[in-house]
Ligand binder design. Structure first.
Ligand SMILES: [Zn+2]
Length: 180
């Protein structure tokens, strides 16, 4: 994951859920999770207003993904892209997280990153990273999928995510009263 915690226009989990559902519907994704093939549909021009590219590790350096929402462009490091295509949970989450930045944050940056103030003081729902993480969780682990699973291990296997992502997803939905 890239990135700097930047203040952006506020949003809610519900709005992030709707955005993720829109992407799933545009790509015709009907299975419980989000198949890696669907990521490839993005790269092959299903969102013509956006540009996606896969760059070699010597260009990307330590960055797994980089997105410039205002320029509508998103880059993934080659090994991360390949990992996502293989079904690696962490790489799939990175792909979905960067997609969140791309779709949600164009024209929405309210502040620039200030290196002298490393601890952001804005609210979490105004935070670019919180929003991208929650978009990714909604995209990869829709509530309907979580409801089919007894525990994070089952969700991890069904939705091809890391144990950590599955576990956080369970906790968030339980706290929100959306699952038991
Ligand atoms: Zn990010």
């Amino acid at each position: 994951m890239s990135d700097l915690q930047v203040r952006v226009a506020p949003t809610s989990r519900l709005k992030l859920r709707k955005s993720a559902e829109k992407v799933r519907s545009l790509l015709g994704v009907k299975v419980p999770g989000f198949p890696s093939d669907a990521f490839d549909l993005l790269l092959s021009g299903n969102f013509p207003e956006y540009k996606f590219d896969v760059l070699e590790a010597d260009i990307m350096g330590p960055h797994h993904g980089l997105t410039e929402p205002d320029q509508k462009i998103m880059f993934l490091r080659e090994d991360v892209y390949e990992g996502a295509m293989r079904g690696d949970g962490r790489d799939r989450f990175t792909f979905a997280h960067e997609l969140g930045h791309l779709l949600l944050h164009s024209g929405n940056y309210l502040a620039r990153y200030d290196p002298s103030a490393p601890n952001p003081t804005h609210k979490k729902y105004e935070d670019s990273e919180w929003q991208a993480d929650n978009f990714a969780a909604e995209l990869l682990m829709p509530i309907a999928a979580v409801k089919k699973c007894a525990d994070p291990t089952e969700l991890m296997e069904m939705c091809e995510v890391s144990y950590m992502a599955a576990s956080v997803r369970f906790d968030v939905l339980r706290q929100g009263g959306l699952i038991k």
